[in-house]
Design a protein around this ligand. Sequence first.
Ligand code: ADP
Ligand code: MG
Length: 739
Amino acid sequence: MRYKNQKNMNSLRFNAINNIANGPIPVKVENTARITGIFNENVFTLKTARHYLSDDAYKSLLASTRGGKKIDRIMGNQIANGLRAWAESKGVTHFTHWFQPLTGLSAEKHDSFFTLKGDGTPIEEFEGAALIQQEPDASSFPSGGLRATFEARGYTAWDPSSPAFIMEIGEGKTLCIPTIFVSYTGESLDTKTPLIKALVALDKAAVDVCQYFDKNVSKVTATLGWEQEYFVVDAGLANARPDLLLTGRTVFGHAPAKGQQLDDHYFGAIPERVYAFMRDYEQESYRLGIPLRTRHNEVAPAQFECAPIFEEANLAVDHNTLLMDVMTRVAKRHNLMVLLHEKPFAGINGSGKHNNWSMSTDTGVNLLAPGKTPKTNLMFLTFFVNTIKAVHDYADLLRATIASAGNDHRLGANEAPPAIISIFIGKYLTDVLHQVEKRVGGNFDEQDEAILKLDIHKSIPELMLDNTDRNRTSPFAFTGNKFEFRAVGSAANCAGPMTTLNTIMAQTLQNFKTEVDGLIEKGEKKEVAIMQTIQKYIVESKSVLFEGDGYSEEWEKEAAKRKLGNVKTTPLALDAFVTDRAKELFENNDIYNHLELEARHEIMLEAYVKKVQIEARVMGDLASTLIIPAALKYQNLLIENIVGLKNAGLDAAASASQKEILKQLSTHINVISENVASMIEARKKANEITNTRDMAIAYCDEVKGKHFDLIRYHVDKLELMVDDSHWMLPKYRELLFLR
Ligand code: ADP
Ligand code: MG
């Protein structure tokens, strides 16, 4: 497709198309023979630390990494010096505290090592105090009124459990210290503080339950392996789409003649330009210690996925945040743009971020891997059924934790898990649970061997390999040795879902232990008490188990009968965070106090409002300044043509079809104009609402609900009618197929 001598040759759209047609300049990506040669090159790992630190400083770092022990001032200075020596050996001049405020992104504030002594001598220094604590000028990060309430400023404090790393941007190199971000009075202002607290709560609760089975277990870590989906488009084309630039998605755009119906993209060959980009960001990721493992095409054209080897959840969350940064940055080098939005293109599959989650002990056992002996089988069943119970009891919270303006387009849109939280466990485990459940009166004595001797460990992995037993439509699926939380949005920070999931699991395990201990006190044998409690939990939570097609209408009906939640929009889904039950849960486990929870609720509602507000503005602007003018030009052309025909002495029949087009065109133009005006009115009204929740609902129902789809429908119709050379926005076929 090459456009020459067009009137609109100078438009961004046609320039971009021409540039691609002329062949984009390929970016040379250095070839590294072995990943192990560069892995962790830019990370201050414990191994590196050993070289740069004294014995005492190293021990202090090690202790704080493993057990969360505080580092004192002297050791802090020593560690800081070692870190600086290492960083300087790699050409680093600046350092920053790297944190994840409630924007969901990462934030940095760079300072140089350079300073002047009292007598004016210039030196480079990095003190322990600067390593351990910083006070960024953070007044513009969202705090939901928290900072105002406490008249406090935000502090960043070093999180030694995630190692320092060097970020290379162009020629510049910066030492990044992963930190948490809290207010002066200790309320968390970021996504990491609550995550770390949830991981501590899970550790404690899970270790307590593990004691029933193995006294040697002294630590349980939650593990996370995320799968990141994303789209890649040509940056020149994307730059000609103000909606992509400002909202991350296309607010207009007719489906291309060829979409994903041929399924020819999935696992197909990766286009060369994208391949170079992948290799480039992968290499940067390896240097940063992100253990990427797989890359492949996804279902939709221009959609891809990458996934690392799973890690301890806190580190995995940092790595995902880092990866999103790295990808976005590296793409620019290749004149590409990465779209992390959940639904960049209407009518084309959206993007998710599956969160594969499990728990593992310091004795090396994956608690969600079926055991090989009756005893380990019982431990597996315990953690397995507790997870089901946790998801059942707190499904509303899990739904809330994945709610966002972007994910609203995806959930329940016949391509992604529905807004109904249910669990898929496969046929074999369904049978196992059924057998446990039907054991009358919880009398396990004479028959429990039969259940526990089931070859769960052999049967499940085999079944899971069989595709028929891997339900892709389930939002929460057991996949052999882990659960996969699939409803998480592609742009989300995993810290949110991981905080909630680990907290509800911690709470459920505590309850479980209380019940089992109660039965043991009454004189039951330990194994019997455990089996009886498992049986009780199965009965109480089996309504959340669903093996069928999660996209089907029947499931919506069936789920309603089972009284499962099905909240479709973010403003309402978020309510679950501020129920009395949620407050009790998070406070009991020392994750959030009431104030923090309310602040977060407020921030998420505000974020929703802002997103929809920006989208509405972009829609209005594009419609008025690009769409309608193009349609008017075409309208004039038609009128000239009709007049010309008449002047040439031809009768009305000769211009009938032009007149019909003219009529349709005018209708679309009118409907768009009227609705843009009415959308602006709806926005004004919504902005006057003082209660944030009500405002968010107004944005959802009045601004978006009543206008977005309607305006889009007519704009997309115009796209099919208007002279292509007048159309300024790159079309879907160009965005999705030109690379
Ligand atoms: P797929 O789901 O595509 O079949 P895998 O089963 O290999 O692929 O794993 C998908 C993701 O699950 C990977 O990111 C992997 O690291 C992660 N994963 C595997 N085991 C665990 C575990 N025990 N805990 C957390 N994540 C895990
Ligand atoms: Mg998967």
